[in-house]
Design a binder for this molecule. Structure first.
Ligand code: A3P
Length: 347
């Protein structure tokens, strides 16, 4: 039996099946024990109030939202990837919603499904999915599975490192990611949070110190970048800015990497252009299904479905950051990415 919290969290019909697999009494007891053990471990980790919306805990070198950490620890224990899985990974506010929509359209070859399905409902975000007391059964999802996460590469379970599953990582320039995060997290409606949003200057300071969800961003991106260089069959490293400049070429790269290249006939029929058009910011942000409703209730907050679409621009940081702020971020980026080969086109 799934708990009410799980049912609420996944009140969309697409992933509900994962909570309906029967479990023995012993399995349930073991899950409960593991959960208690995880909670004890989490309570001993260094904590920070974050941007005043969600407290953060430092785990294995990265700052995780405290309410998500039970899910991170649980999936490190339970996740069993298969060779046909594709993981969609990003630092928050890097264009995950877009990536999910594109991968879903490539997988199903039916982009019209997105007319009635929010991209966030196209692939479960694993750490949220596993954060409830009842461990979901991912085998109930149709194969090939699209599984999403913001977890850094080094924190992913060894089962993901060792499995022949694929990872698509979407990277976005840090200044734009920061601005997008500030707007998004400022819109979260959370009764327990401070009534006044944190001043932008303070948010910039914290971001620079790595104190943002899943931060520091530089190490997050670098880890996936390095694996994409040493194991190109394991990690496809995409950049938001490149996707905006040439979405069709990047959709073809995604499809090939996912083992679902477009046939000559699909190319002739304009399938790639159709996917790009339907997944464009302009199209998705205007769909009713993406304009109404909220999610996140099981975590005690409300995020509007429309908040995942702001303006989808490259270089929007110019409208928000002072010269000093931009320089500070660029200096950190230069130092952290020095000699890594990772660069951004719009900094
Ligand atoms: P902005 O806030 O800069 O507009 P995530 O999906 O990881 O939460 O990232 C959200 C960011 O991706 C937001 O950026 C959002 O507008 C942008 N985005 C959402 N859908 C998009 C799409 N189809 N194409 C391009 N950008 C998109």
């Amino acid at each position: 039996m799934s708990s009410q919290k799980d049912e609420e969290m996944f009140s969309n019909p697409y992933f509900m099946e994962c909570y309906h697999t029967p479990k023995t009494k012993e399995q349930k007891v073991n899950e409960l024990r593991a959960r208690q053990h995880h909670e004890e471990e989490i309570s001993s980790l260094p904590m920070h109030e974050g941007w005043r919306y969600l407290p953060l805990r430092l785990y294995k070198g990265f700052w995780f939202p405290e309410i998500i950490l039970p899910g991170v620890l649980s999936l490190r224990h339970h996740l069993r990837p298969t060779s046909s899985d594709t993981f969609l990974v990003s630092f928050p506010k890097s264009g995950t919603t877009w990536l999910k929509a594109l991968a879903f359209a490539i997988n199903t070859r039916n982009p019209d499904l997105l007319l009635s399905r929010h991209p966030q409902d196209c692939s479960p975000t694993l750490e949220g999915f596993f954060a409830g007391p009842n461990v979901p059964d991912l085998d109930a999802l149709p194969s090939p599975r699209l599984l999403s996460t913001h977890i850094p590469y080094s924190v992913l379970p060894k089962s993901v490192h060792d499995s022949p599953c694929r990872i698509i990582y979407l990277c976005r320039e840090p200044k734009d990611t920061l601005v997008s995060s500030y707007h998004f997290f400022g819109r979260i409606d959370r009764p327990e949070a401070a009534p006044q949003p944190m001043p932008f200057l303070e948010v910039v300071e914290l971001f620079c110190m790595g104190l943002s969800m899943y931060g520091p961003i530089w190490e997050h991106q670098l880890e996936y970048w390095q694996v994409s260089q040493s194991q190109p069959d394991k990690v496809l490293f995409l950049k938001y800015e490149d996707m905006k400049a040439d979405p069709e070429a990047n959709v073809r790269r995604m499809a090939e990497f996912m083992g679902r290249p477009f046939s000559a006939e699909e190319e002739m029929n304009g399938m790639v252009g159709e996917i790009v058009r339907l997944c464009s910011f302009e199209k998705l942000s205007r769909l009713e299904v993406n304009k109404v409703g909220v999610r996140g209730k099981a975590f005690g907050f409300a995020v509007k479905n429309s908040s995942f679409f702001r303006n989808g621009k490259v270089g929007d940081w110019r409208e928000h950051l002072t010269k000093e702020m931009a320089k500070k971020l660029d200096d950190i980026t230069r130092a952290r990415l020095y000699q890594s080969g990772l660069t951004y086109s719009n900094s």
